[in-house]
Design a protein around this ligand. Structure first.
Ligand code: CO
Length: 273
């Protein structure tokens, strides 16, 4: 079944979007229920980022306002983009400390899940940790490495981003917490990821690069880091050499059922998570 087709809202020359009352109401609903569910499940750094950014509970935050705060902490900023962008553009933005966010929000019928990353996912799920230097540095360095990689290897390389920035777990003194934006912007996955159902493995770059994933299901497998400084260590290795090694060794058997739709390798819109 094909979901709703989303299109980004127009952005003014100063970076503002005129959101409708319905769009703001959807934000309000999402923020209300998500801020309850992340308590005790999101890592402290994420909670601290939320505190710093202090999002409105009623209206979709405006990008220039978010940028003012981010710029102060890590020099990062959010860049409004159309619903889908090309991988090269995506990585170029990251390499320049710009986090791409499409200016649309999910419709009420897709409150719990949508395949496309909307402004709730990008802003609520990712920008809090863009106040954290280790996380921000990882994003920037990842963009630079991806630009150096052979374009046909980028999908595999993206697994490093997927299993950290999107679906990463973190060990803390208070137990396992989530830091991935794909998790923390999803009411279902925020709860599910800390249950006994999914498998959790220690983060290992080679293993991650050999692990396929699917974007449209709860993850059967997560990788856990010990500390945000681990993110720096990941990219401090010769990642492209490890990628070659991963290609030689081949992918692991997927831990999920085959998808009935063939994903077109040229359309990497779904990469922009
Ligand atoms: Co994302």
């Amino acid at each position: 079944m094909k979901g709703h087709i989303y299109k980004s809202n127009e952005v003014s020359s100063t970076g503002y979007v005129k959101w409708t009352d319905e769009e703001n109401d959807i934000w309000a609903t999402l923020v209300k229920r998500q801020s309850e569910i992340i308590k005790g499940r999101a890592c402290d750094e994420f909670m601290e980022g939320l505190r710093i950014l202090n999002f409105s509970a009623k209206e979709i935050p405006q990008i220039p306002d978010i940028n003012k705060a981010l710029n102060e902490y890590t020099g990062w900023g959010v860049e409004p983009v159309p619903a889908l962008i090309q991988p090269k553009e995506f990585f170029t933005l990251l390499a320049n400390k710009k986090f791409p966010a499409a200016t649309f929000i999910r419709i009420r019928e897709e409150l719990d899940y949508l395949q496309e990353p909307d402004i709730f996912h990008e802003v609520y799920g990712h920008t809090p940790l863009l106040t954290n230097q280790d996380y921000a540095d990882f994003m920037e360095e990842f963009g630079k490495i991806a630009l150096k990689a052979d374009p046909k290897d980028r999908r595999k390389l993206f697994r490093l981003f997927w299993f950290t920035i999107e679906f990463g777990l973190l060990k803390t003194k208070d137990g396992v917490k989530a830091y991935g934006g794909g998790i923390l912007s999803s009411i279902g996955e925020t709860q599910y990821c800390l249950t006994k159902t999914p498998e959790v493995l220690e983060f290992n770059t080679l293993e991650v690069l050999r692990t396929p994933y699917r974007i449209d299901i709860m993850q059967p497998l997560y990788f856990i880091i010990n500390d945000f400084s681990d993110l720096f260590k990941i990219l401090d290795q010769d990642v492209l050499a490890i990628l070659d090694e991963a290609k030689k060794l081949g992918d692991y058997e997927p831990k999920f059922p085959p998808k009935d739709i063939i994903i077109d390798d040229n359309s990497m819109g779904s990469m922009k998570c």
